[in-house]
Design a protein around this ligand. Structure first.
Ligand code: SF4
Ligand code: SF4
Length: 167
């Protein structure tokens, strides 16, 4: 008992000393934000998901077929995808219906991305979605089609030995 207690104290002390020599960073959020790695993608052919940040979705409208598989995948999870009518002509989507996502309910599981057989629904590193108006959390297909804005991003450099810092 006393050996493990002594070992615990030593480990805690050693970890504290080690951290004294690591580089630290202070981010001036919200003016500065970390330039996070790419969002979450899923390769429908190999059935392999890529490691990545699970933020707001990106929908490639020209590739979407309106098959609704993303919405079906979400049904048992958060039921936050509605297939809605989209103005315009879409050669791959004769019915012209595409997913609309309610971020007031989305849990960012990524199952809808995995379910899309046409590689047109992915996730981006955009995580600032809060709003005081619930209606603004519902993203239409056209909103999902926009790439996230990149403002005030700071490169994040993880370093196992000397600690994480930014450029
Ligand atoms: S990431 Fe959101 S929209 Fe997609 S299946 Fe999960 S809860 Fe539904
Ligand atoms: S995003 Fe993918 S799964 Fe969803 S309707 Fe379009 S093609 Fe189908």
């Amino acid at each position: 008992m006393s050996v493990s207690l002594g070992r615990g104290i030593f480990d805690a002390f050693f970890a504290s000393i080690k951290s004294l020599f690591k580089r630290r960073y202070t981010l001036r959020y919200p003016e500065q934000k970390l330039d996070l790695p790419d969002g979450y993608t899923f390769d429908a052919k190999t059935q392999v998901g890529s490691p990545g940040v699970k933020g707001r979705h990106i929908l490639y409208l020209d590739k979407c077929t309106g098959c609704s598989l993303c919405a079906i995948a979400c049904e048992g999870i958060a039921d936050c995808i509605d297939m809605v009518k989209v103005d315009g002509t879409w050669p791959k989507d004769k019915k012209a219906i595409m997913p609309q996502i309610d971020y007031g309910r989305c849990v960012f599981c990524g199952f809808c991305v995995d379910a899309c057989p046409f590689d047109c629904l992915f996730m981006t590193p955009e995580y600032e979605l809060a709003s005081t108006d619930k209606r603004k959390l519902v993203y239409t297909p056209f909103q999902l089609g926009n790439l996230p804005e990149k403002k005030g991003l700071v490169e994040f450099i993880p370093d196992e030995k000397s600690g994480a810092h930014h450029a």
